[in-house]
Design a protein around this ligand. Sequence first.
Ligand code: ADP
Ligand code: ASP
Ligand code: MG
Length: 454
Amino acid sequence: MIVMKFGGTSVGSAERIRALGDRVRERLSRRPVVVVSALSRVTDLLIRGANLALERDPACDALVHDLLDRHRAVVHELFPAGPLREGLVARLETVVSELRTLYSGVHALEELTPRSLDAISGMGERLSCEIAAEALAAAGIPARAVDARTVLVTDESFGRAVPLMDDTAARVSRTVRPLVTSGTVPVLGGFIGATRNGVATTLGRGGSDWSAALLGATLPAEEIQIWTDVDGMMTVDPRVVPGARVIPEVSFDEAAELAYFGAKVLHPATIRPAVEQGIPVLVLNSLNPASSGTRIVGRAPDDVPGEPRAIAFKKGITVLLISQPRMLMAYGFVARVFEAFDRHRTSVDLIATSEVSISLTVDDPEHVPAIQADLAGLGEVRIMPGMAIVSVVGRGFIRQPGLAGRIFQALRDVNVLMISFGASDVNISFVVAEGAAEPAVRLLHQELFEGGRG
Ligand code: ADP
Ligand code: ASP
Ligand code: MG
């Protein structure tokens, strides 16, 4: 069994959905389970609609119209007129009328709870899953849509739900595995699940990769394939640096680090369920199946020389700088600083300390004002929003002399505010202002992957 996950762009048009069918057909003998994202940009649209409904903006109606039109157009291009097409369109209309009801509720109550938002934002996957399953069937592949809300069981943390593995595994054996065994390809929407009581939840943005990994871990699958719109995990986001190169193989540690520090090609949580089961993950290009993509393997061999593998960056970072000349090294100071973050359930990414100050970064600014208030008694607190973390990820950095020198030489004209290096031996990260992130990434890529500035 393998899991094949197709991202938004890989189901974004009739042509792409046909290509999806080709990729699945080529692998039928490996007994695939298919996971699809919503059509590209649909999740953004659903969330925008929810906010329009909340503001009682009449543009919400037009948005629902456009959404249905977009899906209908894809269906009309994929299937000839007839009962099959009509049946599919009717099923899509049922989902969209449920969406209208939810928007009306938001409008009427002038309230958008995380719970309603999950029911709304997950509708894209319900629509794409119906279309993809029907397209496979029409291409002669025995396939069936399975409502992921009946399979992926999560807790009630709406917007960022955490899967309950035992319950999910039980549902997978009851509903998904028998289909595969009987020669049918189950097609599930990614990103969505439901609580034990059946209330719709989502796994957080980009969560379809996580769905694929969870299914892969519970089936269990021999391989998880993440089909996307680039040739694999690359040395840097190819949208920022056209000279980006595919990385043929990365270790789970490196991939997790890259994903965490902003290489959006893979959701950070994807890696864990797969690594726990020792299941390889492949990142592949649905438009360029000839490319061999990136293979994510359990462990890098120990004997490889230390080398940088890729550069990632993440914007929207806030830096907190707490200065207290007298108290910093006093026993318990750092613990009290962290208690404030713990109380407000905010995780810290990077930390740097000096004799008189401690700097921390967070990527979720929601509780920063409350944390600032809590820390006020400990010293002077400065908040710097609009920052970015740039990370060079690789292996065995400590064993490679001169690498840090090359990195900072390349960045000699960039104002670096904070540096973190050494914790894991797989990444060196630093903070720059958001506007400096892309130039810094280009300079670094040139130095580390394109033979320097010449
Ligand atoms: P999907 O819809 O298939 O889930 P995503 O948009 O989530 O696709 O992820 C693919 C995108 O990730 C690419 O189009 C690329 O711009 C971006 N990306 C960022 N960093 C990297 C990287 N290091 N390697 C490859 N792609 C990257
Ligand atoms: N459709 C969801 C999103 O856009 C999940 C995903 O694509 O992975 O975030
Ligand atoms: Mg994605």
